[in-house]
Design a protein around this ligand. Structure first.
Ligand code: ATP
Ligand code: MG
Length: 563
């Protein structure tokens, strides 16, 4: 079915409703993602090809995952846990993570992934906010990060550790799974029952715990098909970690619901490993992020030359603005452009996208997904006004799609503030062009006002990246008596370039030529690294706080730290 043939106005998700079973009115993500395929005779197909750090491989079929996730659900049930209890999972990208996620959902409990590289503080805060009843982790992570304060989490009833040996106070997952039955009657959850809690990336401040319900699976199915071109049997690789929403919505749920063969790589980014994986496994659809793409660009296109990328049919990117330069580069290296798409933890699924077959405008996020109504709005006289073509305002969405968050945990006021006059406010600024494409301008907090101009950091960063010396750029506004704010840029350099006063001048000259004197940076500073969240987003608020000597705020998700 083509996009145009669907009557999205009548019931945008009708197609997904027809595709899913929903037996007896039950809507359960794990049932639809795994057991449904087994019931329909597809149990032998590969669900996941797992690539271990040190070269080992595991091929898990839909039937394998169905049985193992049932065992996991039985383990939870024998410990007296009940529907609605939250199960936190602190694991790297190992099969147990995926089994635990699906088993938790089958048991009607709430899956809450935590990025495994978090330190003890961020883990503890999130477990407190989410009233964790169960934690699944490794013995090493438990001893190093959890054991010291585990007893202080009053809600915590059970800690499961991977492997065969029980660490003190924990239950070993291996023997528990062995003893459990591979049959489990999925708890008949209803569409509005909570299924997932995802913490936001903390780019703009203290992370929020967004609650999603089982009905989200309708949207995952729908958007997986239309925004990522996932069809049964597709070899698909989502490089995001399930500790972040992309790695769950499009790294577990959407691909399994669409019956694809998922590649899961346990290792961290490694250029030759990544290129080799695409070639060897014949990856067809690849979903990645701008930070990774910029790392590939930094290494240069020669590294890519020996590899054969002819299996790739669709490339997509999310998480940060995708610089036009990156789109052009990918066309050169992979023969296909990266298709940018935009969404947030709160939206649970892709909202704005360059769909397969659509003309890609480098630098644009694409158009609203079928069934999604997006607008550019501005607050005026206490109400929201929708702006026209070319105007900059806040990107807003009409609520009502299935994967929309239902709550911010323990933060009613923060949640309520997102909904105004029938719109959901995203906190991002954008413009829409005459063809209906949306262009990212910046986070509302990052907008720079200089000499009467509104400057989005993305525009300036993208221009700097066009310069052969620049690998990455972060741009902020600093207070200035005459101009209101002045633009300052931080850049990292490509190999072969060295920081110097002459290069700084050259970069400023380049930016001035492309942007004009009012908007181009007054100063360019060279850095080894830019501060980023663990999900790879540049933390501009931190550049600014450090520059101004202000408190750094919540830095629980900070990865690279170089002042
Ligand atoms: P926090 O809300 O805690 O500050 P965060 O907003 O970074 O963190 P996420 O929900 O992981 O947490 O990220 C969503 C945000 O990422 C979007 O609001 C947007 O600012 C940015 N983003 C995602 N995709 C794109 C894109 N394609 N282009 C530009 N920005 C994007
Ligand atoms: Mg956000």
């Amino acid at each position: 079915m083509t996009n145009r043939a669907i009557d999205h106005d009548a019931d945008p998700w009708a197609e997904a409703r027809v595709m899913l079973d929903m037996p007896g009115g039950m809507l359960n993500i794990a049932y639809e993602a795994v057991d449904r395929h087994v019931i329909h005779g597809r149990g032998n197909e590969t669900a996941m090809l797992w690539l271990g750090k040190s070269g080992d491989r595991q091929d898990l079929s839909y039937a394998d995952i169905a049985r193992q996730s049932s065992r996991f659900a039985n383990v939870l049930a024998t410990h007296g846990l009940a529907s609605g209890d939250s199960v936190f999972v602190l694991l790297g990208r190992v099969p147990e993570l995926y089994i635990a996620a699906l088993g938790t959902l089958k048991a009607g409990m709430v899956f809450t992934p935590l990025f495994s590289a978090f330190g003890p503080g961020p883990i503890r805060t999130r477990m407190e906010i989410g009233a964790a009843k169960v934690l699944v982790t490794t013995p090493e992570l438990y001893k190093r990060k959890i054991a010291a304060w585990r007893d202080e989490i009053s809600t915590l009833k059970l800690v499961l550790v991977t492997g065969e040996d029980a660490t003190e106070g924990c239950v070993a997952l291996g023997p528990a799974m062995e003893a459990a039955s591979p049959d489990f009657d999925t708890v008949p959850t209803r569409p509005e029952d909570p299924a997932l809690i995802h913490f936001t990336s903390g780019t703009t401040g203290r992370p929020k715990g967004a609650v999603h319900v089982h009905e989200a699976v309708l949207y995952h199915a729908f958007s997986g098909r239309h925004a990522l071109d996932l069809t049964p049997g597709t070899t698909y690789w989502c490089t995001a970690d399930p500790g972040w929403v992309t790695g769950t919505s499009y790294g577990i749920i959407a691909p399994l619901v669409q019956r694809v063969k998922m590649i899961v790589d346990e290792a961290e980014f490694d250029l030759n490993r990544w290129y080799g994986t695409i070639e060897r496994e014949k990856v067809e659809v690849w979903y990645s992020a701008p930070t990774a793409i910029r790392m590939m660009m930094r290494a240069g296109s020669d590294v890519a030359k020996p590899y054969n990328f002819s299996s790739l049919r669709f490339l997509a990117s999310v998480g940060e603005p995708l610089n036009p330069e990156a789109v052009v580069w990918s066309e050169k290296v992979f023969g296909k452009p990266f298709h940018d798409n935009w969404w947030q933890t709160e939206t649970g699924g892709i909202m704005i996208a360059n769909l397969p077959g659509m003309t890609v405008k480098p630098g644009a996020m694409g158009r609203p997904m079928p069934g999604i109504k997006a607008g550019i709005v501005k607050r005026e006289d206490g109400t929201l006004k929708e702006l026209g073509t070319g105007e900059i305002g806040e990107l807003a969405l009409r609520p009502g799609w299935p994967s929309m968050m239902r709550d911010y945990l323990n933060e009613q006021a923060r949640y309520d503030k997102c909904f105004v006059d029938g719109w959901y406010l995203s906190g991002d600024l954008a413009t829409r062009d005459q063809d209906g494409y949306f262009w990212f301008v910046g986070r509302a907090d990052d907008l720079i006002k200089t000499s009467g101009h509104l400057v989005g950091p993305f525009e300036v960063e993208s221009v700097l990246i066009e310069h052969p010396a620049v690998a990455e750029a972060g741009v902020i506004g600093l207070p200035d008596k005459t101009a209101g704010e002045i633009v300052k840029a931080y850049v990292t350099l490509n190999p072969g370039f060295t920081a110097s006063a002459a290069l700084e001048q050259d970069l400023r000259g380049h930016a001035r030529k492309r942007l004009g004197p009012a908007v181009s940076p007054r100063a360019v500073v060279f850095r080894e690294n830019l501060p980023k969240t663990r999900s790879g987003k540049i933390m501009r608020r931190l550049l600014k706080a450090r520059e101004l000597g202000l408190p750094e705020g919540d830095i629980s998700t900070l990865e690279t730290d170089e002042k």
